[in-house]
Ligand binder design. Structure first.
Ligand code: FMN
Length: 232
């Protein structure tokens, strides 16, 4: 099956519902169902992971969510403290509530920043809504948190992003897109909507879902610009 055909096939089948869909997917059980079922080497996974900001509403099976989280908890962590909490949100009402709160926060920030005319404000609101709707179509959101009451909280700044990175690579290996959101979904908004206790610090929030399409790789610096051998 060609790539495009396979994508269409998946779009048309997975939507039916997890149980039925699994049975209909060629290779079901090989745990590669997102948008491609090819076996990717770890290097391909790393190179093909992209920040995805436009999703389909295709469900992500529970077993895939578990597999992704199980990979995240294998990340290196200072003194093996494992300070993580992964808040998984699949409730459509909650996801929509988060989107509404993001739109409101963004519009209010724009008003404060620009003092726009009514017409400018309307234009901005339409633009931000359409941008966020593409993101919030994703069926799952995961908030990566660290517990500031962990054994060595000063190391949470390292442990947190490492787990987020593992999570994103695992999702990519299963064919799903993610994105390390910070400002796009403000910390305060996430805290309010999900009632996150003060002891937890948010590292990021990411959608997990089948991309509408995989983005092109953005410009990456050449290795020579980044590497120094032996000493400066
Ligand atoms: C610390 C950090 C913060 C980020 N915050 C946002 C964000 O708020 N909104 C967004 O759209 N992308 C955000 N990103 C994603 C980056 O824009 C993205 O990783 C970068 O453009 C490279 O693209 P790639 O991930 O596809 O390689 C963030 C990434 C990191 C590591």
């Amino acid at each position: 099956m060609g790539k495009q055909n396979r994508r269409n096939f998946l779009k048309n089948t997975i939507l039916i519902g997890t149980g039925t869909a699994l049975a209909q997917i060629p290779g079901a059980g090989n745990e590669r169902q997102g948008t491609d079922q090819e076996d990717l080497s770890i290097f391909e996974v790393i190179h093909k992971r992209r920040s995805v900001r436009s999703y389909t509403s295709t469900p992500v099976p529970e077993e895939h969510i578990t597999k992704i989280l199980d990979a995240a908890r294998m990340a290196p962590t200072a003194g093996n403290q494992q300070p993580w909490k992964f808040l998984v949100v699949r409730d459509r009402n909650k996801i929509d509530e988060l989107m509404g709160a993001c739109i409101l926060a963004s519009v209010n920030a724009y008003k404060d920043r620009q003092n726009p005319s009514a017409e400018e404000l309307e234009k901005y609101e339409a633009k931000i809504k359409s941008y966020l709707q593409n993101i919030f179509k994703a069926p799952v959101f995961i908030v990566v948190l660290v517990d500031m009451q962990s054994k060595w909280p000063s190391y949470n700044q390292f442990d947190g992003p490492l787990a987020a990175g593992y999570l994103m690579l695992a999702a990519r290996a299963l064919g799903y897109g993610t994105v390390f959101f910070t400002d796009t979904i403000p910390d305060q908004v996430t805290k309010q909507v999900f009632g996150i206790p003060d002891r937890y610090r948010r590292i990021c929030i990411t959608p997990v879902g089948v991309p509408e399409e995989w983005p092109e790789t953005p410009a990456k610096k050449k290795l020579e610009e980044l590497v120094i051998y032996e000493s400066f």
